[in-house]
Design a protein around this ligand. Structure first.
Ligand code: CTP
Ligand code: CA
Length: 226
């Protein structure tokens, strides 16, 4: 069967997407990271661009190719990612799929830490919350979408997260190892909004991204009054 053509209903819209993990330096050669592959975030950026949006993709270090028609801004740390996101404003919508490291090493060493003596003890500091910062920003996008990575009580935890962070929607996914979500090709999510909780059954990350892009296009219609 022929797939229905994708409508260009996001033409003229500017959308910010974050993707991938962040890397938090310990010293010039070592870092703290996580298992995010960037597959879902890059697929979201591609799906939005396919509907005609001007997409700015702020991405941590990933193996994924740059999606076609998307401006990619590569970053390493959470603080770099926040600065790049703020620089991208104003946008009509923002989708935060990145697995931002919650903590950084408080004072990264300027030189490689040597093995002599006792093992180093790393003091951690909390990173800025990019989603919460943009949700409360003076230039808040009309639509702010967060993701929630949970390993238990997925929907309840995501509802609380939506309230706490002040975003419009949360796309909640179960990242417990058995699901193979991190690094895998598929995802199963719940879209949590004002309207409640909608379950989207397991599908390719590209299909989840296409469905989310269609919802974003619908939410941004009709255009804001000039
Ligand atoms: N997020 C962010 N900046 C951070 C941490 C998270 O922008 N410093 C965003 C993620 O991109 C995602 C959402 O917030 O869209 C939820 O991330 P998650 O890690 O699930 O939530 P946390 O608030 O960090 O809570 P926890 O990890 O303790 O569950
Ligand atoms: Ca987190």
């Amino acid at each position: 069967a022929l797939a229905a053509p994708v409508p260009r209903d996001l033409a003229g819209r500017r959308i910010l997407v974050t993707s991938g993990p962040t890397h938090e330096p310990i010293d010039p050669v070592r870092y703290i990271a996580n298992r995010s592959s960037g597959k879902q975030g890059h697929a979201v950026a591609a799906a939005l661009a396919a509907r005609g949006a001007e997409v700015v993709l702020v991405s941590g270090p990933v193996q994924e190719a740059d999606p076609p028609g998307v401006r990619v801004i590569p970053v390493e740390s959470a603080r770099d990612m926040l600065a790049a996101c703020e620089a991208a404003l104003p946008v009509d919508a923002a989708v935060f799929t990145a697995a931002v490291a919650d903590w950084r090493v408080e004072s990264a060493a300027g030189q490689k830490i040597k093995k002599s003596g006792a093992p180093p003890v790393l003091a951690l500091a909390e990173n800025p919350d990019i989603l919460a910062t943009i949700s409360h920003h003076a230039q808040r996008p009309r639509l702010v979408v967060g993701f929630a990575a949970e390993t238990e009580n997925v929907v309840e935890a995501a509802r609380a997260k939506r309230q706490r962070k002040g975003c419009d929607w949360i796309v909640a996914n179960d990242v417990s190892p058995a699901t193979g979500t991190f690094g895998g090709g598929q995802n199963e999510v719940h879209l949590i909004s004002d309207a409640g909780d909608e379950h989207w059954p397991k599908a390719d990350k590209a299909a989840i991204a296409a469905r989310l892009a269609a919802r974003i296009a619908a939410a941004l219609q009709p255009p804001a009054a000039p």
